[in-house]
Design a protein around this ligand. Sequence first.
Ligand code: GDP
Length: 206
Amino acid sequence: MIIHTATFEGSFTQVSKLPETSLPEYAFVGRSNVGKSSLINLLTSNKKLAKVSGTPGKTQCINYFLINGKWHLVDLPGYGYARVSQKKRAEWASLYKQYLTKRPHLVNVFVLIDVRIPPQKIDLEFINNLGEWQIPFSLVFTKTDKLKENACQKNIQLFLNTLSETWEMPPPYFLSSAVNQVGKTEILAYIDQCNAELMGEDFLNS
Ligand code: GDP
């Protein structure tokens, strides 16, 4: 897939305010600072579409984009930001639950995992919630440029092994690097494939 247009449609703090749509929706989520904004900018070839920040925890809204007029890219707030009150955390948890359980056209959630960091409880809990709510998801291991290839593979294997304690089948996964522009082709091809299965090839080519 080539992204010709990526249009920002708004920032929302309430799921009920999100645009109604019949188009497929793909959400991106992960711990603060995992590289989500950088990945979204890489996918859309737009350096400024999502705001890259050195300060974790900035994005607290759901940012909603229309891609090629055919599907929505949804930038969910980062989770697991340490310096945030219990109240704020509870609000975010409620926002995720509402978004993830109330969007009929949500096709897939890309859960971003920093490839350098060993499996974190908060990521595993988030993934287990997706399982409970029966939301399809895939993993994106980010910042792969920061490790040698075999160290990346070792960490990915460790993460998948940890998941296998609760999941029978490993989820699809991707490797990404915003620095080396890795992962874009594979992730967009996956979205293309899902869209073609859902909407038909004709819709995508129209
Ligand atoms: P977000 O909070 O998840 O949206 O993360 P950002 O995209 O804002 O990135 C957080 C920090 O990690 C920034 O300093 C980025 O420049 C850096 N970063 C993001 N992706 C990569 C990557 O693939 N490789 C490297 N080396 N740094 C990255």
